[in-house]
Design a protein around this ligand. Sequence first.
Ligand code: GAP
Length: 441
Amino acid sequence: MPAPTMDEVVALCKRRGLIFPASEIYGGIANTYDYGHYGVLLKKNVIDAWWRAMIQERDDVVALDSAIIQHPRTWEASGHLSGFTDPLVDCRTCKKRFRADHLAELSCGLKPSKHPGETPECDLTEARDFNLMFQTSIGPVQESGNTVYLRPETAQGIFLDFKTTLQYARRKPPFGIAQVGKSFRNEITPGNFIFRTLEFEQMEMEFFVPPAEAGQWYEYWMQARLDWYVALGIDRERLRLRAHDADELSHYSEATSDIEYLYPIGWSELEGIANRGDFDLTQHQQLSGEKLEYFDQPTGERYVPHVIEPAAGVGRTILALLCDAYDEDEIGGEKRTVLRLHPAVAPVKAAVLPLLRKDGHPEKARAIYEELRRHVSAEYDAGGHIGKRYRRQDEIGTPLAITIDHQTLEDDTVTLRERDTLEQDRVPVAELVDRVTKITR
Ligand code: GAP
């Protein structure tokens, strides 16, 4: 089938409780979503896959979980206080606020078929720079001097802990520090589902290298990160690397390339890989007065490491996985919606389904399920017609369905149905755990 529309993906996520608007009983809140049961499992699998690639399968990266609220000088040093802004205009007529640099993609508040500023009634203010960081304050009294910020990227916590990590982790450049956690940005632009949200999880790794090696590590991480998405089952044809033009570069970046995915909204950023040079460590060194350099004893060389940063978004990875996996086909003349997710990220690996709710089927199915769930994420479902139960599992991307029927009670075998091929195989119960774990690894 052709690539799905965003509406189709959004509808499936809502129907199956993967992801849905937050605060819905109050009418929702802009660009904010909640993850339901299957969404949580999918997200956990994505994050686990990232940790596996960054930590378990390497010995040059260590983990970190730094605070969301850091010392406010952090954002002075990083340049976010002065430079992390979007140009915004207000419309005095419809009272809506728009990104000044996105007017051509936005709809007028009065006449949605027009762009802001296009109707005679539109009355736009001059563009003003608007900082994207959320402010709050420490302590019971709101006064100046107490102002702190919710981090707009996880990266800065890594730079603040560079010296501590260097000391305890006994690593030398090239080495990396990886972190997964929430970041917050006061985004005004309409979000396109979970593509752009106010709070979002980032998977970021700062790789500290000798300055002369920055170029080669930049190339290395671009390829490694692209390969990671392909290994998660995303179609290589719908992924591309795009180097930023000089006028697009962030204030800290010497070079950046985005891994883009062909979302229903067009090619858009999934992950950014940046060569941040020594910008961040040098800035923090200057403002904190702490030396943030590496001393290489054998050579007697002292330097501020350069940083290569692969920075991925959990939400955008999930959106790419969902768009890529979404498919529709026909079984026996009936339309089927199916998520052809890679088994490694599928929320549930196998569903155990008793054919009947009598004749000993539920008891046998329950025993099989309880053994299976010790090894993989499994689900027991006895409710409704068997066809409907298959459809439900297809829609959440469960790769395998195990059906318990009359024959199971006679010869201790079950049918193993494969989500994509729909092939059904008769498998001895004794071999089930082995088969399921091998297929869904
Ligand atoms: N530390 C570098 C940094 O934060 P970025 O390109 O601004 O770079 C990295 O963000 C990734 O975080 C993006 O590629 C995207 O996947 C995700 N991201 C950024 N802003 C987001 C938002 N408002 N909503 C969802 N994901 C976002």
